[in-house]
Design a binder for this molecule. Structure first.
Ligand code: DAH
Length: 343
């Protein structure tokens, strides 16, 4: 019994001092003390040498010792597991940083920037306005009174809560907002998104983008309109491209015209893009209607001006060879990452 007590005490201090830094050391501990040929088993075997009157006390001591060893084993196991977790979480400052993928500009943005920058070089500023607009700014002030048949030219989304609000059908609402400011002359381009209640297909969408232009001053003439647009075409499509104006109708301009350029795909000989006509329609334009000036508090006897408006998606589709307008808004990275170059 004496002997057993001594043995247990010396092993206890040895076990208490045992430390393990990894799972291997913990396993060594288990084999050495708790394994089938381990110390606990061996000491338990000593029971047979204990005198019968001491057996009860010795049994208690041995059980305590076994518990002590098992607790130590659990503690070792836990601390090395935590340690390994901690080192796995530690930040290694010597590792190279993660490279962040660089995005690319959207093709509509590339084309918008290109169009806008040409007019900026002529002294046009950029103006912006709301996409949810009231009837007056989208239609009324633009010489499209209620029930005017020309409103049917643009299928409109109305806002349910307030039928006076629409999703703007063109960026011409910003022309009105600029004129209402009462600061003349005005020379702005207006890029932005517009909405029309149209069936979505490869060729048309219920939202798309436009750039409009507005120039109001004394003595602005149709010749100024033509020269400005000639410059634009030359910068945009090259000096060999031909331009033609066809008489047209817009309620907000008088006279109005549509401008075509000779097909820059086939050079004017006729292809699928220009539907064998040799011409591609680019924009609508005209001299701002005197009613529009009056609606915005500008004296039409003193001031005149021109305006124009063009879509962005179509020239972008022609430039990049995109055959489906829906691709612009599907957010497919495989599509978007193809347009990395600044144009
Ligand atoms: N707002 C017209 C449309 O969306 C385009 C347009 C035509 C704008 C002639 C103009 C213009 O400013 O003068 O179809």
């Amino acid at each position: 019994m004496e002997n057993l007590l001594k043995q247990i005490e010396s092993h206890k201090s040895e076990i208490a001092a045992f430390s393990a830094t990894d799972a291997n050391a913990v396993e060594e501990f288990r084999i050495k003390y708790l394994g089938t040929k381990g110390l606990v088993k061996a000491i338990m075997g000593e029971m047979k040498n204990v005198a019968p009157e001491n057996k009860k006390e010795a049994g208690q001591l041995l059980n305590e010792f076994k518990l002590f060893v098992e607790n130590k084993f659990d503690t070792l196991k836990e601390s090395t597991a935590n340690g390994q977790q901690a080192s796995a979480n530690a930040i290694d400052l010597s590792l190279p940083g993660d490279t962040l993928p660089i995005g690319s500009r959207h093709p509509v943005v590339l084309m918008r920037n290109r169009i806008v920058s040409i007019f900026q070089r002529l002294g046009f500023a950029v103006a912006d306005g709301p996409e949810i607009e009231d009837d007056w700014h989208n239609f009324g002030a633009l010489n499209l009174p209620e029930h005017h048949p020309a409103r049917d030219m643009q299928d409109t989304f109305y806002i349910q809560q307030n039928p006076d609000w629409v999703l703007r059908t063109h960026t011409s609402n910003v022309q009105i907002r600029e004129m209402e400011k009462g600061k003349l002359p005005i020379r702005v381009v207006i890029p932005g998104r517009v909405y029309r209640n149209e069936t979505v297909s490869a060729r048309s969408h219920c939202f798309f983008h436009q750039v409009e232009g507005l120039y109001i001053d004394e003595n602005v003439s149709f010749a100024d309109l033509k020269q400005t647009l000639y410059f634009f075409v030359k910068e945009m499509y090259g000096k060999d491209v031909k331009v033609r104006f066809r008489p047209s109708y817009f309620p907000f301009t008088e006279p109005s015209a549509e401008m075509d350029v000779s097909c820059f795909i086939c050079g004017g000989s006729g292809c699928n893009i220009c539907k064998k006509t040799g011409w591609v329609e680019i924009l609508g334009c005209g001299m701002v209607h005197p009613n529009v000036l009056t609606n915005c508090g500008i004296d039409p006897n003193k001031y005149t001006g021109f305006a124009f408006g063009m879509g962005i998606e179509r020239p972008a589709m022609l430039k990049y060879g995109i055959n489906d307008i829906r691709l612009f808004s599907e957010n497919d990275v495989r599509f978007l990452k193809q347009f990395t170059s600044a144009i």
